[in-house]
Design a protein. Structure first.
Length: 210
């Protein structure tokens, strides 16, 4: 008994380009991100999806809608798939946080599991939230193919959960905007088929070749 789990990161936003912590601020896709979402939708058009689950934040939902246009399955908002809450650091770059809140930053980097950005979530809290969503979704879709559209942090935590890695290892996983990954989930554990695939975003398919 298995579930085929496809993981899609949302397309690019202005804050991705500026390397700002987005967290749970509701930032939309930029022009490139909307085009990436369309290409991702085209890539997934032939998949027999039972359901599409998405973070309710706009950048993920816009990406999910572009994919869902090719399918008749339900598109389901799942608030627990929101990005990690970075609290007062949301909207800031790492350099800005270093300059204005170095003490809290050092505490967070020393123990991300238990420490949290001011007004935000610790890694333990984030992991528990994502795991609860993952377990509920998987139990509802045994022997099916489903898609989750979410954020880099969420999807990296999901990969750690499925592969039995501790959540603090999530930083070792890299996921590009509009990337696709595939995992098979079995009762005894998960098997990673591919990770961070962006072949659908080939240079020649971008507007004007840019």
């Amino acid at each position: 008994m298995s579930t085929r789990l496809l993981l899609a990161r949302h397309g690019q936003t202005d804050w991705n380009v500026q390397s700002r912590y987005m967290g749970q601020v509701d930032i939309p896709l930029d022009g490139v991100g909307r085009h990436q979402a369309a290409l991702l939708g085209r890539r997934l058009a032939g998949e027999a999806l039972t359901a599409i689950y998405t973070s309710d934040l706009l950048r993920a939902r816009e990406t999910a809608i572009a994919i869902a246009a090719h399918h008749s399955c339900p598109l389901i908002d799942e608030i627990r798939l929101r990005e990690m809450d970075f609290g007062g650091w949301q909207g800031m770059t790492y350099a800005e946080i270093q300059e204005t809140d170095r003490i809290n930053l050092e505490a967070w980097e020393a123990d991300r599991l238990k420490s949290a950005p001011p007004g935000g979530e610790s890694l333990n809290e984030f992991n528990s939230r994502v795991e609860a969503a993952y377990q509920a979704i998987i139990q509802s879709h045994l022997e099916e193919t489903i898609l989750m559209v979410a954020h880099g942090g969420v999807l990296k935590i999901l990969v750690c959960l499925v592969l039995g890695l501790p959540p603090e290892r999530y930083w070792q996983i890299q996921l590009s905007p509009a990337s696709l990954s595939e995992i098979w989930v079995y009762p005894e554990g998960g098997s990673l088929d591919f990770l961070n695939d962006t072949c659908h975003l080939r240079e020649e398919e971008r507007p004007g070749g840019e």
